[in-house]
Structures are given as structure tokens and as C-alpha cells.
Design a protein around this ligand. Structure first.
Ligand code: FRU
Length: 487
């Protein structure tokens, strides 16, 4: 394998660009059997700079073919985040006989003769499955001089009202516009509830079915890092209804629901035009230290793609996220056991054959206890996952996981609420060369976290404090790398 693919922190089964800087996922669309992933890309540096859209395609959401950058800066500026759709009915008039792809993105420059940022929405289209793009000659299609933060358009077709809908991040709100043709946009409404702990970025809006057969709408909103909160940048979500004009939140406007309790899942949005499923991917980093993470030839990695659904539980309706089932293709070996008691005196240690793994565990608590799963990367380096049955809190502690001196904000214990069911919890953990992703109770909570361990010779320890626990079942899968020789 090329040295660039074996660099010590190089993700082996998550998407990362072959080289240089990557941030937000952009323009994800499913078309003619291909999942497209575009992304914020700086092809000349491993730190953020004039943005392009990088491009990759996949047939299974796990193995990616990396393609040349799709969109380059132009006379309207750099190419910030945005979305892409299939224009099935040729509402734009851009296509001849076949439907094609239209990208809607933010052009970022400054007002002539001033330093004030200018953000305007532009279009580009492709008739060859996203391989080449033409910028629309009438760009920009949406501008507002009164707004400085005016970016990250997410567009979808609303079949009930037969309009395109655009959700745009507008400072401390999401503004909704509608259009018959992606070119002429009209204001519909503005939504500004929930958390304002950071400027709003990268919104998404989509319906999901409820178990009752009813449908609810979900809005995702990422919150930028203001420097005031230990968490840095993170993502909230809302559940409500949408009639083609206005999003109505089910909750009190102060209610805040977090998409992920780890520090490294930002700017996530979902695939467009994917029948029957809603899959999203996030950028596995945090603006607090994204430019400093200790990788060399490349910087930036995506989360594992996750399928979204809704459940109704005692707290109300909640968003569930699970790694896509396609990830099972990575499994190459399995160790398992059932019904093993772990007492304070008798921890269990399992040497790991690989530093790439998926762990599925069901843990039963016979009384109050603190369960501890330690990934011992080397003698000095460990990542500790804990579940406290008294406070019903799941946590991932990366204070001693490895390299962390690049940012004072990096060492952290990341905590998520997780209720027991029938005195037990289920955990799913993915470990790659520089990340862990932890899902509680089949996706009721997620903790996504970068870690930079020096050594890849790991041991897994299962321990319990203050009482015994029973491992009802454990399945440990060694995972394969997605890179081939050429990358
Ligand atoms: C979010 C973001 C977007 C913007 C892009 C620039 O991470 O700040 O709001 O479009 O990154 O790269």
C-alpha cells in the first residue's frame, strides 16, 4: 500500500481524502446506483483555505472511488457547503432528454471594496453523473445583502406542494425558501428555536416515518464553535411538522436535542434522492482543533454513514442513528461469548488481533455498578468507555488515549444519557486507526470521538466497579481496510 495510506492515523474504513484538507460533507445524492459524496476540500494544503468541492462515489457507502475535484472557485468566490439533487422533471431546463444532477452551493467572497464577507447561493449542473459540471450562467440565484452569514443551502423536492424547498443557515436561524425551478426563489419562513450556542450552519430537513405509520419532519442544525463552550462545534436536531412553507417544532422552543454526545460529528447532512432510506454522514472533527489534528498528508475524515429513524419512547419522539448495514461487509473474523460474569476481582481481558474492530455487547446490571470497557492501545494509552447504572450515563474518556497536545480542548470525557432496558444496555463500538464511534441501545445515543493512539497493539479489558455485571453477549469482529494498493 502507498505510504500515504498507512500513515499511523490514517482511517482504514472511514472515508478520508487521499491527500489534503477536508471538512463538511456536501451534495450527497444517490443517482443511477451511485452514492455521491462531495466535500469541502482544499487541494493545496492540509489546513482550511479556498474551498473546492472534492468528489468520491461509492456503490455500497463503504468503499469509495476518489475522483477529481468537482467544483473550483470562480468569479463569485470559493465554493462553500451545499447540496445536490436529481432534477427528474428538468424543472431547470438545464438538461436535454435525461434527468441530471444540480448542485446548489454557497459562493463566498467579499463585497467589492470591503472586507465584509459575501455569501450567495449558486447552481452548477452535470449531465454525466457528476463527472463534469457547468456553472449556471445566471449565478447567483439567491442573495441578501442584509445578511452576512447566509450559507449551506440544503434543497429537496416537496411533492405535496410541487416545489423545491431550500433550507439555508442565516446567522442564528434557518430560513426556508421555495422555488418551482431551482432558479427563482421566494421566502417562505424562518425558524430560530433551540440552541443558539453557536452560529447556525449546514441545516437539513427531511421526513421520517414513525412506528404509528405517521410521518414527522426532522431538522438538523449544526452550531459553530464560538470558543465559549467546551464542546466546540456540534449538531442539534428538532422534530416537528412541515407543510411546504413552515417548520413547526413539536417541543418547547428552549428544548435542545443533541445529535451526538461526542466531540467529533459536525456538519452532517443526508443523502438526497435515496428511496426508502435516510442516510447521513458527518465530518468527524471539531472546529476547535480541526486545523491542528496530528495527521500529515491529509486532514479530515467522515463518520461511518448512519441510517436515521424515529422512535417514540418515554421522553417523546427521538432520532435514532445506526451505522448502515452495509458496514457488515467489513467483518472478517468474529470472536463471541455469552453469559460471562465480570466481578470487581475478575476482569476479562481479550487481546485484539486488529486495531480495526466492531464490538457488540449486551451488559446486564444485577445492581448498581460501573462497567468499564478499556481499549488498551499500549501500556500508557487507553480509551475508556464507562456505563454508570446509577446515573444511567454512558461515557467515552479520551484523556489518555494518545496524542493530545495539539489542543488543550482535546482531552475530554464525553457523556451521554442512556436508559437501561430490562436492567441492561446494548453497545456497539467501531474502532478505526484514529476514531471511536459508540452507539447505545441500537442508536438511541451516539458518542463519536477522534483518538490518536501511538500503538495499534490493543487489548480489550472488561471490568466492573462497585458490583458485578453480566456480559449477556459479546461479539467482536475484526474489520478489513477499504483501501486497495492504489488507494
Ligand atoms: C461548516 C462550515 C460551513 C461553510 C463551510 C466552509 O463547517 O463553516 O458553514 O459553508 O464550513 O468550509
Amino acid at each position: 500500500m502507498k505510504p500515504i495510506l498507512t500513515e499511523k492515523y490514517r482511517p482504514q474504513f472511514h472515508f478520508s481524502p487521499l491527500e489534503k484538507w477536508m471538512n463538511d460533507p456536501n451534495g450527497m445524492v444517490y443517482f443511477q446506483g451511485e452514492y455521491h459524496l462531495f466535500y469541502q476540500f482544499h487541494p493545496y494544503s492540509t489546513i482550511w483555505g479556498p474551498m473546492h468541492w472534492g468528489h468520491a462515489v461509492s456503490k455500497d457507502l463503504i468503499h469509495w472511488e476518489q475522483l477529481p475535484a468537482a467544483l473550483h472557485p470562480d468569479e463569485h468566490g470559493a465554493i462553500f457547503s451545499g447540496s445536490a439533487v436529481v432534477d427528474w422533471e428538468n424543472t431547470t431546463g438545464f438538461f436535454d432528454d435525461q434527468p441530471g444532477l444540480v448542485a446548489i452551493y454557497t459562493s463566498h467572497d467579499t463585497y467589492p471594496g470591503s472586507d465584509r464577507p459575501r455569501q450567495r447561493q449558486c447552481l452548477a449542473y452535470s449531465s454525466d453523473n457528476g463527472r463534469t459540471w457547468t456553472k449556471y450562467s445566471g449565478n447567483p440565484v439567491l442573495a441578501d445583502e442584509t445578511k452576512t452569514d447566509y450559507r449551506d443551502p440544503k434543497v429537496f423536492w416537496h411533492s405535496e406542494t410541487k416545489h423545491w424547498i431550500q433550507v439555508l443557515a442565516t446567522g442564528q436561524s434557518a430560513t426556508i425558501y421555495k422555488s418551482p425551478n431551482l432558479i427563482d426563489w421566494q421566502f417562505a419562513s424562518e425558524f430560530a428555536e433551540g440552541s443558539h450556542a453557536g452560529f447556525w450552519e449546514c441545516p437539513d430537513l427531511f421526513p421520517l416515518p414513525l412506528d404509528s405509520g405517521k410521518e414527522k419532519w426532522v431538522m438538523l442544525v449544526s452550531l459553530g464553535d464560538t470558543g465559549e463552550h467546551a464542546e466546540g462545534s456540534r449538531t442539534q436536531y428538532f422534530i416537528g411538522d412541515f407543510d411546504g412553507e413552515t417548520f413547526v417544532n413539536d417541543h418547547e422552543k428552549e428544548t435542545v436535542l443533541w445529535l451526538d454526545y461526542g466531540r467529533d460529528n459536525y456538519a452532517g447532512v443526508s443523502w438526497s434522492d435515496l428511496p426508502a432510506r435516510r442516510i447521513y454522514i458527518g465530518w468527524m472533527s471539531n472546529w476547535r482543533y480541526a486545523n491542528q489534528v496530528p495527521t500529515k498528508e491529509w486532514r479530515g475524515v467522515m463518520t461511518i454513514p448512519r441510517e436515521l429513524s424515529l422512535i417514540s419512547n418515554a421522553d417523546g419522539i427521538r432520532l435514532i442513528q445506526k451505522p448502515v448495514s452495509e458496514a457488515q461487509v467489513l467483518r472478517i473474523g468474529c470472536e463471541s461469548f455469552k453469559d460471562k460474569l465480570v466481578t470487581t476481582e475478575q476482569p476479562v481481558s481479550i487481546p485484539l488481533k486488529s486495531a480495526l474492530l466492531e464490538l457488540n455487547l449486551e451488559v446486564e446490571f444485577e445492581g448498581p455498578a460501573l462497567a468499564e470497557i478499556t481499549i488498551q492501545h499500549s501500556e500508557a494509552e487507553k480509551t475508556i468507555i464507562r456505563y454508570d447504572s446509577e446515573t444511567e450515563t454512558l461515557s467515552a474518556d479520551r484523556t489518555a488515549s494518545g496524542e493530545a497536545d495539539f489542543s488543550a480542548s482535546f482531552p475530554a470525557v464525553q457523556e451521554a444519557p442512556l436508559k437501561m432496558k430490562d436492567n441492561s444496555i446494548r453497545l456497539q463500538l467501531f474502532l478505526d486507526a484514529s476514531s471511536i464511534e459508540l452507539f447505545g441501545n441500537d442508536g438511541e445515543c451516539a458518542i463519536t470521538s477522534l483518538v490518536f493512539p501511538e500503538s495499534k497493539e490493543s487489548v480489550l479489558h472488561l471490568a466492573s466497579h462497585g458490583g458485578a455485571i453480566k456480559i449477556r453477549s459479546m461479539e467482536l469482529h475484526e474489520l478489513s481496510s477499504i483501501w486497495n494498493k492504489e488507494g
